[in-house]
Design a binder for this molecule. Structure first.
Ligand SMILES: [Ca+2]
Length: 382
């Protein structure tokens, strides 16, 4: 039985190809082939059914039974440089064939440049849900249109001179009490327009200032007092001046109250927002934000945005309900490896209580550090 290895560089810009030929095995019942690669080298394009066993750094073929000749092969991948590959063939569990080692050369100059730090994803926003005028619960003599650009949702409300009504009947007031109502509107008329904002039956005057154009959208804030829960009624009425074009309203209770409807967004295009509700740092394994959350119990929302090839965003945090019980401070290490040749180590500090300064001289608390492995891949690919 003979074990022959040949190495070819079939083009200057491709990885070297190794072929192994077993010949003269007609007097052998059973044999296997193993090719051994050095550290940093990995096989690609393995043919003949060979298996790469990274723990042993070998490619193994067989066993072959009653086969006189076999030819197998693979290419060697890794950083540019010269590598020594060896091999061994085992026959009938007794005989060992070891051909001389071969040297393979992976072309190209080593890339010694320091990878640039990837950009960081924008910190996501956690905000109250906006209620769209086009989805108001009661509409009278008001047209819903989409003729002027810049609105949110699918349209906005246009009031007549008088007698128009737009009512939101299930507005969430959180735990109840003072809140800020943000009204997104456009007013292209030359002078302010007044009308009524009726909150749970109590009439308030409301005045919109002109914005010079019907496509300039502005936000008017009003202080209101709401009852707890999602049964507040907010009603806009035009009373002779036509009011303004209304796009959406948002209610922000003064306190971090529940119930609450929460939306999340990220300014980085293509980024995915992940969130947790237990105070832990969101990872790419955390729940993906897809639709507004309705929170009915006190808690904390933490959101973080991710995008392949970018550093993860800073985590944003919002508390709902009574102030949370503060746990021990923790420092957590994690690795973001979406760019294989430039894994990013993240250290996240979660604020909390510290028993004493002396305590900080050791990891605090004892389990707040945990090891993180970093895999550094070659920038070269097959
Ligand atoms: Ca709208």
């Amino acid at each position: 039985m003979g074990y022959y290895r040949t190495v070819t560089n079939d083009a200057s810009d491709t990885l070297p190809r190794v072929a192994v030929a077993i010949v003269g095995a007609s007097n052998v019942t059973c044999f296997t082939i193993e090719e051994r690669l050095p550290v940093l080298a990995t096989p690609v394009e393995i043919d003949g059914g060979g298996r790469w066993l990274p723990d042993l750094s070998v490619v193994r073929w067989g066993p072959y039974t009653n086969v006189p000749t076999v030819t197998v092969g693979y290419r060697v991948s890794g950083p540019p440089g010269a590598y020594t590959v060896g091999g061994v063939g085992w026959a009938d569990g007794r005989w060992k064939f070891e051909p001389p080692d071969s040297t393979v050369a992976i072309p190209g100059a080593a890339d010694s440049t320091t990878p640039t730090t990837p950009a960081q994803v924008a910190t996501p926003l956690i905000a109250p849900l906006a209620l769209q005028a086009e989805s108001a619960s009661f509409i009278e003599s008001v047209n819903i249109v989409s003729t002027n650009t810049g609105f949110n949702g699918s349209g906005f409300a246009v009031f007549p001179g008088a007698g128009g009504v737009l009512e939101f009947s299930q507005v969430n007031g959180g735990a109840g009490g003072a809140a800020t109502l943000s009204i997104r509107y456009a007013l292209g008329a030359g002078s302010p327009r007044a009308g009524w904002l009726i909150v749970n039956g109590v009439t308030n005057d409301i005045t919109f200032n002109p914005m010079a154009s019907w496509t300039n959208w502005a936000v008017l804030t009003q202080r209101v007092t709401l009852t707890g829960g999602p049964a507040n009624r907010l009603r806009f009425e035009s009373t002779g001046e036509g009011l303004a074009n209304l796009d959406e309203i948002t209610v922000s209770p003064d306190g971090p109250a529940v119930e609450a409807d929460v939306v999340m967004s990220c300014a980085t295009p293509g980024a995915t927002v992940h969130y947790t509700l237990d105070g832990t740092l969101p990872t790419q394994g955390s729940t993906v934000y897809a639709a507004p959350l309705h929170l009915v119990t006190p808690g904390v929302v933490r959101a973080r945005a991710f995008l392949g090839g970018w550093r993860p965003s800073v985590a944003s945090t919002a508390n709902y309900g009574p102030a949370p019980i503060i746990g021990p401070a923790a420092l957590v290490r994690s690795v973001e490896a979406s760019t294989p040749w430039a894994p990013v180590m993240n250290l996240n500090f979660a604020a909390g209580t510290v028993r004493s300064v002396r305590h900080w001289r050791r990891p605090c608390p004892p389990n707040s550090w945990f090891p993180a492995s970093v895999a550094m891949a070659s920038r070269r690919t097959a």
